[in-house]
Design a protein around this ligand. Sequence first.
Ligand code: PEP
Ligand code: CO
Length: 448
Amino acid sequence: MTTTNNWTKSSWRNFPVLQQPNWPDEEALNATLETIEKLPPLVFAGEIRDLKNKLAQAVQGKAFLLQGGDCSEEFCRCTAPNIRDTLKVLLQMAVTLTYAGEKPVIKVGRIAGQYAKPRSSDTEIVDGVELPSYRGDMCNSEKPDPAARIPDPERLLQGYNMSAASLNLLRAFTRGGFGALDKVQAWNQEFVKKSPMGRSYERLAKQISQAMKFMQNVGFDTDTPQLKEVKFYTSHEALFLGYEEALTRQDSMEGGWYDCSGHMLWIGDRTRQIDGAHIEFLRGVLNPLGMKVGPKHSIDDILAIIEKLNPDNEAGRITLITRFGAKDVEKYLPPLLRAMKKEGMHVLWSCDPMHANIRKTENGHKTRSFEDILSELRHFFEVHWAEGTIPGGVHFELTGTNVTECTGGAHQLADEQLGQNYLTTCDPRLNAEQSLEMAFQIAEMMKN
Ligand code: PEP
Ligand code: CO
């Protein structure tokens, strides 16, 4: 079925496509995609529209976007405690930003579908053996074994099922009382409680509880959805286009196509070619879109891509997620801000302070330091203030568990300590305590 400008949900197939697995059996792949195509959507068009409206508020500085979660979700970690702990830390960060940063916060997880990863090379050498690269659990296994690395389309279906199970629990948590504001104190995890950040959070949570009690005592009804429920949205990189196509559905209420695999989708820094398949696919779905922009970009190119993705210049449609690195943000961000401003483009500016701050330790751990992450964030805010534009959001790789993947923070985690609980299969994440510390710092900047 054709909509505007010759777009269909499969028109991307006529364009060069990067970063797809080399599926060995096309018939098996197509059979799986046909199965997924018949399964129910994971999210609904109405929810996607709500998120887009909220992001439009953030474009004007009336709200702030908090997006975060694993670099790469793993099937084996799709468990209730894991999902609950990631949600907890995001809710803690969000309440800190709302209360101390004095703005409504839009909560978007890198969760319930973040199973596909772009890689810099098709193969990698492990212990002298060349293997196909691990491309996320929705493609192959990270086990360094040639058979386990063969892309398996069954994993797409498994990814759909894991996303559905995660979403189900997230919906239950956020609507069934767990996300209620009178639970703020309960979100503080044991291992965080004992830390300086945990204490600061405890104080903030107490103030909120007191304010709630006060409202009840003077006769306000606090049994309202605004206080008892929390709106939480999902996002992932729209990478494996066959899967995204299979979950693209036409809205029965208002028409229009939505990619119902998640609420918000983003385009990675490696797959945003203007004439490529990813841009072709995403221009036709009505979801809010993130686009990563790293140091290797051309401003004209970014302008042309946005024009293609958002010809009506709708606010909330495009979030530019810049990831320049602590050292380079002051070099790359100002010209980009000026160009967008000159063209009058309505975009939400978010900072990913993770992806250009990676380093390798002597022991071979891929890590990022808390100081570099915070430094990129500070520069991001400062550049926006100087240019008169709006720093509207942040994008993190984080987890609710007590991992040791990023160095620094209140506990001054050192390079040599990274081996203690280094669990990520892809990029290093902030642990719950480091994430909360980051939130307190951002809240101070937001108030400026
Ligand atoms: C990511 O967000 O995990 C990622 C791969 O980012 P980027 O496209 O910015 O490198
Ligand atoms: Co990553």
